[in-house]
Design a protein around this ligand. Structure first.
Ligand code: ATP
Ligand code: MG
Length: 480
């Protein structure tokens, strides 16, 4: 007869082993910080085996290190792996608790205090439970940027770290025995950056070898600052202090890959069968890395850089129907090396519809400039005029796809101008803006020609959506 022991052995090696999943999942999402996975995972295993000690949280970790190296990301990634969503974290932004009375909000006011019933404590048993999931009963609690909180926060935390219990204002208690507590801090970060040598850009180590000397130095710098800021009792109750390393060029490159893959996933889920495939050239990736990473901010700026140079322009292309379903979308560095060119390689239809050219005619210069900026941000081409005469010249010369015309112009009226424009360019979109009620005659003209009328004041998004909505239809394909 087989002994159960052998089955167990097999189960442990199987690919669906939860521990293996945990390690693999975490190291896939948090790049270049092996210490984080190595230190944290055993505490989770201990909990899952039912061996976590009672009367205290399952684990208490202080995550130190320079900005943008993955401290907060570690906790979010863990939530994703354990609970299926990065949001399953009870997060306390300590920056919001810089004053003593703000710390009191965490635990709620004692009974008898004015309005104590209205002050819901931020940390309750219910909130702890709300971040667990069917998959896992462990709550992840994150006190982010702990050094920013008022000193009473450390006192309050002392009880949590020591006994696993937080006493609320109304004298009830919250039990943290099924929680992992993470404290993150930038303490010593400035000194760490100085140590890393800012001229270097970022630590560039081939083959991902850890620079142990540097890691050790950073750890010392972190510890000195932590001991200066927190009492020995507090420091003693922390299970492990993890020092995050500056990201190597390889790590940053891997993070970029993850973020581009995330963007692709997002496109797939949002657009469904209208989705497309992103292809970033090596130069484009280099461009994003160069603009988005530094010793000072780690990978923090990478998100923003991708958003600015890739996600936003891409969103414009999609919104203006310039990417056809199933297309390959090439991302390359523009000739001026100042931005990225994003081009859909699908059939003729996509190539034939460049961003729309929109003409704005209004003698309200402020509004004109505001809309001009907004549309430029969306990648649209803009023509502006402050009079009907000027507008007619622009129309003849540039044949815009859409015209946004103010009704009251110094030398004419926008409705008549629109009718004239439509005679020359029947496919064009005309939108009339007005600050007053239109006379019946003009109102009728607008209706007859299906001009949308925007009454001032209107929201900028209204204009953009009107133009997008109308140009994404049949009209866009014919122009070019
Ligand atoms: N090691 C990493 N692995 C994967 N992504 C990372 C890593 N480091 C940073 N990032 C990316 O950069 C963003 C910012 O990182 P994160 O918020 O974890 O920084 P942090 O170390 O907490 O910095 P801060 O001290 O400023 O709070 C993350 O959302 C993630 O996209
Ligand atoms: Mg952080």
């Amino acid at each position: 007869m087989d002994k159960p022991k052998s089955t167990q052995g097999r189960a442990r090696r199987s690919p669906s082993d939860p521990t293996e999943d945990l390690i693999a999942g975490l190291s896939r999402k948090v790049v270049g910080q092996p210490e984080a996975t190595r230190v944290i995972v055993p505490y989770i295993q201990m909990y899952q085996a039912g061996l976590a000690p009672e009367g205290r949280p399952v684990g208490v970790f202080l995550l130190l290190g320079p900005t943008g190296t993955g401290k907060t990301k570690t906790v979010e990634a863990l939530a994703d792996v354990l609970h299926g969503s990065e949001k399953n974290v009870l997060k306390v932004d300590c920056g919001e608790f810089q004053m003593e009375h703000e710390v009191a909000k965490l635990i709620g006011a004692p009974p008898g205090y004015l309005g104590h019933r209205e002050t819901q404590p931020m940390l309750t048993q219910q909130k702890l439970t709300s971040v667990t999931s069917e998959k896992c009963s462990l709550s992840l609690v994150l006190f982010d940027e702990i050094e920013k909180a008022a000193p009473s926060m450390a006192r309050l935390l002392l009880g949590v770290l020591d006994k696993g219990v937080l006493r609320l204002g109304d004298n009830s208690t919250v039990n943290f025995e099924k929680s992992l507590v993470f404290l993150t801090s930038n303490l010593g970060a400035r000194e760490m950056i100085r140590e890393i040598n800012p001229d270097f850009g970022f630590q560039s180590v081939k083959g991902g070898e850890p620079r142990t000397d540097l890691t050790g130095k950073l750890r010392n710098i972190g510890m000195i600052s932590v001991r200066k800021r927190f009492s020995p009792e507090f420091v003693n109750r922390i299970d492990a202090i993890i020092t995050y390393r500056p990201l190597t060029a390889e790590a940053l490159s891997a993070i970029l890959d993850i973020q581009i893959a995330d963007l692709q996933n997002h496109v797939n889920t949002r657009l469904g069968n209208r989705s497309f495939t992103l292809e970033a050239s090596p130069e484009a990736r280099g461009f994003l890395l160069e603009k988005g990473s530094s010793a000072e901010y780690g990978a923090r700026e990478l998100n923003r850089t991708i958003h600015r140079f890739l996600t936003q322009p891409l969103a414009t292309l999609v919104a203006t129907n310039q990417v056809s379903p199933g297309a390959r979308v090439r991302v390359e560095v523009a000739e001026d090396r100042d931005k990225l060119n994003i081009r859909s390689l699908a059939g003729e239809a996509a190539a034939a519809s460049p961003p729309p050219t929109v003409m704005l005619v209004d003698d309200n210069r402020e509004l004109l400039h505001y809309l001009e900026r907004l549309m430029a941000d969306a990648g649209w081409k803009l023509l502006t005029a402050e009079s009907a005469t000027e507008a007619k010249r622009l129309m003849a010369e540039h044949k815009p796809d859409a015209a946004l015309l103010d009704y009251m112009l110094p030398d004419g009226n926008g409705v008549e101008l629109g009718v004239e424009f439509l005679q020359a360019a029947p496919d064009a979109l005309v939108i009339v803006m007005t600050g007053t009620i239109l006379p019946a005659e003009e109102e009728a003209l607008c209706e007859e020609h299906s001009f949308p009328v925007l009454r001032k004041p209107f929201l900028a998004s209204d204009v953009m959506n009107q133009i997008r909505g109308r140009l994404s239809g049949a009209g866009a394909a014919g122009r070019g």
